[in-house]
Design a protein. Structure first.
Length: 87
C-alpha cells in the first residue's frame, strides 16, 4: 500500500473512533436504546477490522496495539511514530 492508502485508512480509523466514542457517551445516558447499541456494535466491528488491517500493513498504531506481537522484537520502535508520519 502507498502513503495515500495509509492516509485514507488512518482517516477511516479516526472517523470510526469518533463515532464509537460519541455512541458510547450516548449509551451512557440511554443504555436501553437498541438502535444505538446496534450502531455501536457495527461501528466497533468496522473499527477493529480497520485497525487490524492498518497494523498488519503499517505496524502498531499505539504501543499496546490491537494485534499480538508476532516477531522476535518490539516493532513499535521500528517504524516512524504516528505523529512523525508525513502524509
Amino acid at each position: 500500500m502507498d502513503s495515500r492508502s495509509q492516509s485514507l485508512l488512518l482517516r477511516k480509523i479516526q472517523e470510526l473512533s469518533f463515532v464509537a466514542v460519541d455512541l458510547n457517551l450516548f449509551l451512557d445516558t440511554h443504555p436501553g436504546d437498541r438502535r444505538a447499541l446496534e450502531m455501536y456494535n457495527n461501528v466497533h466491528r468496522d473499527l477493529m477490522q480497520a485497525v487490524r488491517k492498518y497494523e498488519q500493513v503499517y505496524g502498531p498504531l499505539v504501543n499496546f496495539g490491537y494485534s499480538p506481537v508476532m516477531q522476535d522484537s518490539w516493532t513499535w520502535v521500528e517504524s516512524p511514530w504516528p505523529w512523525e508520519i508525513k502524509y
